[in-house]
Write a protein that binds this ligand. Structure first.
Ligand code: AMP
Length: 586
């Protein structure tokens, strides 16, 4: 399947990996054993925040640093597990005092500030449901999500409140209280409170709410290709999968310094930027600032980050910044690198192997799956360009949808179809808020259908082909945009690529590719021809793009996914649909 060499990982001499023998572990794995690694609460109850924080304090690890928070100016503030427990207890009390009931929704619209972490965990302790908003959302996407989620309490800053909430406040009838984090410069309405002031008063509370495993805990919004954003509901039981996937797919050990670079406004930033590193009792890094290649390397070096979980867009930006920059830093503490969120080209895997001496381990999951489902592990082979193999406890498959609403499993290797997961794992979403029918349609014959197209090779590794709706059909053949894009980024001038299908009288559709260039390259007809020649050579004429356009930038979601759908709509002069997650794009 890959023309790139397989990376055979040698066992580390000084550390036992959590996945030593993948097939044996899959054979013996039971979710009940995962449960046994956690405490639970009396009477079969379970609360994510107890497992993430209180458990470690009760077992004597309160002094350990849970979070090393790095302010924009570089100041580092350590927060111990004990402090996180106290602060989250207080936040739970604060919610109780504000009259927030179990199951009601608490939203945050905040940057990566320390208060956020206490608030997320405190919300869970109060039995309320936490829902993050991405801080760069404007008023419209904020409104849509807060309305769907019937937000009761919002945590934000004074600036965001004035800019993004005041204009829509009348349209948010469920919103009772706004908590302002940070300074307040002028008098605000009665239901807008200072976070610090309320926290100072919230001393004696009822303690952690004994939530049932199936009680809702998190609400994560995801944009559909059509229609309004979908609110995926996750329950406290999900913590089993957060914990185990952190341990097995990210190889977390309690002595690790973990940096998940995803913003907590997204599901990755919650599952792996808060919950999994804490349940595994690691120390996690939170950087308040935005991406900057030199700053990132400085953090990796100074904080001695050992596990780094990032995303292809960031990795491509580091590639763009060049290997020379990386070589100026001592990154010897790094031991495990992983990536998620969009296809990780083999090119990027090999680059990191070259530059860091460690390959990025691609893994796959979705908002709906709540936790990593496919991964390349710390032991065994990495096949560059592959998303890896199912997590122990997860059954994945490739299926074809049938006209009668059922599915047929495709067992032949290397045959593209829809990636599906046997339903019932602990972090599976339990519904789309108020959209029972949309939820029901995600399942058939015991499978959850992911709407991603993929194939599985004879060794059980999964290969991403594209989103079901991004597939290009040219002259009767399906062409996966990812395949085309991977070939294009192998050209030395190409930084990023996006392939879409555009209508063609003869072939039905032909492939058009948009590419951005690495620094030092200038767009020209000659360069375009050169890239085209490279694509035809590597992909063959049936798959290679017929048209290549060099672009300044590509439209991306704020979580870094290239929006092929938008490129296509613009190309065809069609409505652009839901662009609420679009990053600023010229
Ligand atoms: P989200 O729900 O926003 O986390 O997006 C999930 C989608 O991101 C998946 O359905 C895939 O289309 C894409 N995705 C996530 N991880 C990968 C990966 N490792 N390779 C390719 N696509 C990915």
């Amino acid at each position: 399947m890959t023309k790139h060499p397989i990376i055979h990982q040698a066992p580390s001499p000084d550390r036992q990996p959590n996945v030593e023998d993948y097939p044996a572990l899959c054979a013996r794995f039971r979710w009940a054993d995962a449960q046994a690694e956690l405490d639970g609460l009396p009477g079969g109850k379970l609360n994510i925040a107890h497992e993430a924080v209180d458990r470690h304090v009760l077992h004597g690890a309160g002094d350990k640093t849970a979070i090393r928070w790095i302010a924009k100016d570089g100041t580092v503030r350590p927060i111990s597990y004990a402090e996180l427990k106290t602060q989250s207890d207080r936040f739970a009390t604060l919610l109780h005092q504000l009259g927030v009931e179990r199951g009601e929704r608490v939203f945050s619209l905040l940057g990566r500030v320390p208060e956020l972490y206490a608030a997320v965990l405190g919300t869970l302790k109060a039995g309320a449901v936490y829902s993050p908003l991405f801080p760069a959302f404007g008023p419209e996407p904020v409104k849509a999500r807060m309305q769907i989620g019937a937000c009761r309490v919002l945590l934000t800053t004074e600036t965001f409140y004035k800019r993004k909430i005041v204009p829509i406040r009348q349209e948010l009838p469920a919103l009772r209280h706004v908590l302002i984090v940070g300074p307040i410069s002028e008098a605000l309405p009665d239901d807008v409170h200072s976070f610090d002031a309320l926290m100072a008063q919230a001393t004696d509370g009822p303690g952690i709410v004994a939530t049932a495993p199936e009680d809702p805990a998190l609400l994560h919004f995801t944009s559909g290709t059509t229609g309004k954003p979908k609110g995926a509901i996750h329950v406290h039981q999900a913590v089993l999968a957060h914990h185990i996937s952190g341990k097995l797919a990210l190889d977390l050990h309690p002595d690790d310094i973990v940096w998940c670079t995803a913003d907590p406004g997204w599901v990755t930033g919650t599952s792996y930027g808060i919950i999994a590193p804490l349940t595994n009792q690691t120390t996690m890094i939170v950087d308040e600032a935005e991406f900057d290649a030199a700053r990132w390397y400085q953090i990796l070096q100074d904080q001695k980050v050992s596990v780094w979980y990032s995303a292809p867009t960031a990795i491509r930006m580091l590639m763009r910044a060049g290997a020379e920059l990386a070589s100026k830093y001592d990154l010897s503490a790094l031991r495990f690198l992983a990536s998620v969120g969009e296809p990780l080209n083999a090119e990027a895997v090999l680059w990191s192997q070259d530059v860091f001496g460690r390959a990025f381990h691609d893994n796959w999951w979705q908002t709906e799956t709540g936790a990593i489902m496919l991964a390349n592990y710390a032991t065994g082979d990495i096949k560059p360009g592959s998303m890896g193999r199912p997590l122990p406890g997860i059954t994945a498959g490739i299926v074809e949808r049938l006209p009668d609403g059922g599915v047929r499993e495709i067992t032949a290797p290397d045959t593209p179809g829809e990636l599906a997961l046997r339903s019932g794992w602990p972090s599976m979403f339990r519904g789309y808020l108020d959209e029972a029918e949309r939820y029901r349609k995600c399942f058939a014959d015991g499978w959850y259908l992911t709407e991603d197209l993929a194939s599985r090779d004879a060794d059980g590794y999964y290969w991403f082909v594209g989103r079901a709706d991004d597939m290009i059909k040219s002259a009767g053949h399906f062409i996966g945009p990812f395949e085309v894009e991977s070939a294009l980024v192998e050209h030395p001038a190409v930084a990023e690529a996006a392939a879409i299908g555009v209508p063609d009288d003869r072939a039905g559709e032909i492939v058009k590719a948009f590419v951005t260039l690495h620094r030092g390259y200038t767009a020209s007809d000659d360069l375009e021809k050169e890239i085209m020649a490279h694509a035809r050579k590597t992909l063959g004429p049936a798959v290679a793009p017929r048209i290549i356009a060099i672009a300044e930038s590509l439209p991306k979601t704020r979580s870094g996914k290239i929006m092929r759908r938008l490129l296509k709509a613009r190309e065809l002069g069609l409505p652009e649909g839901d662009t609420s997650t679009l990053e600023a794009f010229a």
